[in-house]
Design a protein around this ligand. Structure first.
Ligand code: PLP
Length: 367
């Protein structure tokens, strides 16, 4: 009897459609024979990394023959001070993506249920799929998480709930009080993963106090990242804040050196760079307003966003439109894989990048 490779692998892998990341600029340019393209496809920081982070990287470079501090002591201390939580409540990840996976691995088994929105960050779906857990996907209402419907979808078999706030790919956030009431209402034996990758972009009135639940020992894991406003996506570093027993449990299954020394040094510096964060917020707000108005002037529907990206309905197949934009040197993400066949997700860039994007859209749409 011979077993195929597929037979050898976990049966849950067979149904897995791999995450397709935005192509690197270099690859797109090589393929199309173009140069000077702009990448507005992965919601990165248009301003680039914090200068303080770059300085910290230069200083940390001579030490990279050593293994990193596996516990990330300095960064966890800094995060603890920053968010007014004990450092024991903080866990670092190789991107917040790793912590999503770690939580899935620690909690989900076949027969369990993971609940999340139908159109949310695709990794929630991948995490559930590889563990064999049932995927309970709740429709959005008006492009926004429907917390009442998510609450109603919980069952005795629910172990994990994923909430992205702001949500990717729609850029919407739920009212702060509604989110807090939701966290209050979830049964104490269900883990809520509140994915706040775009937290720092939220306007003050939409900022929920989820850490209050963590401090009270509720099963809430707040995930944040250095990939977005802090401009360190290439270094891969994010963090989670959760009650100490939960963090202790996740640490048991964590790879010992999951975050590298350069990432830890840069993240510690970036966290203190308030000027870089403020400039990023300002350039993002201006750019988001510009892109929204210009797209609407072209007759396109734009979902009102509070993040550093926009979901835009181009009224024709998104993948073909994104391909056409590529030929004009503008890289954006078609959202057909998320169930939005005629939408593109456009990250906010610098003012010249945003102008390039609008000019390319006009050319491609014949406006
Ligand atoms: C909602 C959301 N969560 C998590 C992530 C993962 O970010 P990272 O692994 O870079 O921290 C992303 C990245 O795009 C995201 O959009």
């Amino acid at each position: 009897m011979t077993r195929s490779l597929e037979d050898l692998a976990s049966p849950y892998l067979r149904g897995l459609i791999p995450y397709s990341p935005g192509k690197p600029i270099e690859e797109v340019e090589r393929e199309l024979g173009i140069s000077n393209s702009v990448k507005l496809a992965s919601n990165e920081n248009a301003l680039g990394p914090s200068p303080l982070a770059l300085q910290a990287l230069r200083e940390a470079l001579p030490g990279i023959h050593r293994y990193p501090d596996g516990s990330g002591h300095s960064l966890r201390q800094a995060l603890g001070r920053h968010w007014d939580v004990a450092p024991e409540l903080v866990i670092l990840g190789n991107g917040s993506n790793e912590l999503l996976e770690l939580a899935g691995r620690c909690f989900l088994l076949p027969g369990d249920e993971a609940v999340y929105a139908e159109q949310a960050f695709i990794v929630y779906d991948l995490v559930a799929q590889v563990t064999g857990a049932a995927k309970v996907r709740v429709p959005l209402t008006n492009f926004t998480h429907d917390l009442d419907a998510i609450r109603a979808a919980l069952s005795p078999r629910t172990k994990l709930v994923f909430i992205g706030n702001p949500n990717n790919p729609t850029g919407t956030a739920v009212p702060a009080r509604a989110l807090e009431a939701f966290l209050e209402s979830v049964p104490s034996e269900v883990l809520v993963i509140l994915d706040e990758a775009y937290y720092e972009y939220l306007p003050p009135e939409l900022i929920p106090d989820a850490l209050r639940f963590v401090r009270a020992g509720r099963l809430v894991l707040v995930l944040r990242t250095f990939s977005k406003i802090y401009g360190l996506a290439g270094l891969r570093i994010g963090y989670g804040i959760g009650p100490a027993p939960l963090v202790g449990l996740l640490n048991r299954a964590r790879e010992p050196f999951n975050t590298n020394s350069l990432a830890q040094a840069a993240a510690t510096a970036a966290l203190s760079d308030e000027q870089h964060v403020a400039s990023t917020r300002a350039i993002t707000e201006t750019g988001r307003k510009f892109l929204t108005e210009q797209c609407r002037a072209l007759g396109l529907r734009v979902v009102p966003s509070v993040a550093n990206f926009l979901l835009v309905d181009v009224g024709r197949p998104g993948p073909a439109t994104a391909d056409a934009l590529l030929r004009h040197g503008v890289i954006v993400r078609p959202m057909a894989g998320y169930g939005f066949p005629t939408h593109l997700r456009i990250s906010v860039g610098t003012p010249p990048e945003n102008e390039r994007c609008i000019a390319a859209l006009k050319a491609v749409l014949g406006k």
